[in-house]
Design a binder for this molecule. Sequence first.
Ligand code: IMP
Length: 135
Amino acid sequence: MLTGAALFVADLVRALTVEHEIDFVRASSYRDCRSTGEVRIPASVQTDLTGRHILIVEDIVDTGRTMCRLLEHLKDARAASVAICTLLDKPSRRCEPVNVHFCGFTIDDHYVYGYGLDLNGRYRGLPHIAYVPRN
Ligand code: IMP
């Protein structure tokens, strides 16, 4: 999932021992650190997914709307299986049920940035993950 998961996927694939191909899908719902609720998928995968095992790699699952929208989007692709891997999970914010198969870290309800995640478009290149303290 672009753009947030780009750094995570780059590290993840270098640790994978199974043969795989990489493709990208762009989904967006956040503006000014707030989930807009409206999820758009302006760019989808180019690969034919028929009969393939798909591992969706996400930076963070928050409300779950983006992931649900993507799963719906992939429904007609006739994949053999679909699993979800996310670096971060914020289950306290969930609005839509999402079955996460692989999770790096479960975190509290903070807006986080760095290591691919942005704060209003900035800081994706930080080598660590920071958070915005709530007032
Ligand atoms: P959801 O649809 O609410 O689950 O949001 C998923 C997407 O919102 C992620 O792929 C991120 O791009 C973005 N997002 C959600 N929470 C954060 C955050 O704390 N920092 C940066 N991006 C976030």
